[in-house]
Write a protein that binds this ligand. Structure first.
Ligand code: SF4
Ligand code: SF4
Ligand code: SF4
Length: 250
């Protein structure tokens, strides 16, 4: 039986999630040993239009990106969104809070109107094409990536947490950062990172995106308990929450 073919692509991003894959070092050979990697710009020069699994990093910010992504989707049986830029639009979606002409002028100055610098509102991959699996985080968690790829190569469906970061944080016995005046987004953000930030004294800033069904009442109770408003909480959600559906309403 021939090995499944994997291709790795990138759009607008810092390529930090691909770097996490490269950093797997020897484990990378073990994980991808059950597949043929046929294209991966960051690590090899070969290219191919034939692949079974497309792993796509980055968000979509130009019309030509949309066309390229649709082509990738049409060739792949399975499409994996890699990292927050791809899964939720990531930091790149901050741009969507401003007028696009203002953004372009701020970045490119007098050259802003040159055609090759045209830009559009940032989109996550699933705003353009269907996505089969998501590797969340900015950057991704290497263990979660290897788990998802191994599952797919074994024909299994990976299970991604459907509960909030607080669950992992409490399980580690961390003191809650709200007690120390930090507005932590753990109650509404998808777990799976092992509560990486709160375990190191930093608030969760939401890089894994919102859980599908957050306990909004419990989140409101926490906000009220610490004397904050929903509006104050929303200011903390801008970094990774711009133009995601707001999950907490007044
Ligand atoms: S999700 Fe974060 S680390 Fe990954 S490519 Fe985007 S900005 Fe870079
Ligand atoms: S520190 Fe954050 S993640 Fe941990 S329990 Fe408190 S709100 Fe939840
Ligand atoms: S704690 Fe929050 S911000 Fe930190 S890695 Fe996990 S989901 Fe991302």
């Amino acid at each position: 039986m021939s090995k499944p073919k994997i291709a790795i692509f990138d759009f607008a991003c810092c390529e930090g999630c691909q770097l996490q894959i490269v950093n797997l070092e020897e484990e990378l050979l073990d994980v991808l040993g059950g597949a043929d990697v046929v294209e991966w710009r960051e690590a090899m020069s070969e290219k191919s239009d034939e692949y079974d699994i497309a792993i796509v990093e980055g968000s979509i910010t130009r019309l030509e990106d949309e066309e390229r992504l649709k082509l990738i989707r049409s060739r792949a049986k399975v499409l994996i969104a890699l990292g927050a830029c791809a899964t939720i639009g990531g930091i790149n979606k901050l741009k969507n809070n401003f007028d696009l002409d203002e953004v372009k002028t701020c970045v490119y100055g007098k050259d802003a109107q040159k055609p090759h610098l045209a830009t559009e509102l940032t989109k996550a991959l699933d705003e353009v094409v269907p996505v089969d699996f998501y590797v969340h985080g900015c950057p991704i968690d290497r263990k979660e990536f290897t788990y998802i790829v191994r599952c797919l190569l074994l024909g299994k469906t990976p299970e991604i947490p459907e509960y909030p970061v607080c669950v992992e944080c409490k399980a580690k016995g961390n003191p809650c950062l709200w007690e120390y005046g930090q507005v932590c987004l753990g109650p509404i953000i998808r777990a799976g990172c092992g509560a990486r930030c709160p375990s190191n004294g930093f608030r969760c800033f939401g890089c894994r995106g919102y859980i599908d069904n957050p306990n909004v009442d419990a989140a409101k109770d926490v906000i009220e308990k610490y004397g904050l408003s929903v509006e104050q909480l929303k200011t903390k959600m801008v970094l990774f929450g711009s133009q995601q559906e707001p999950t907490i309403h007044e």
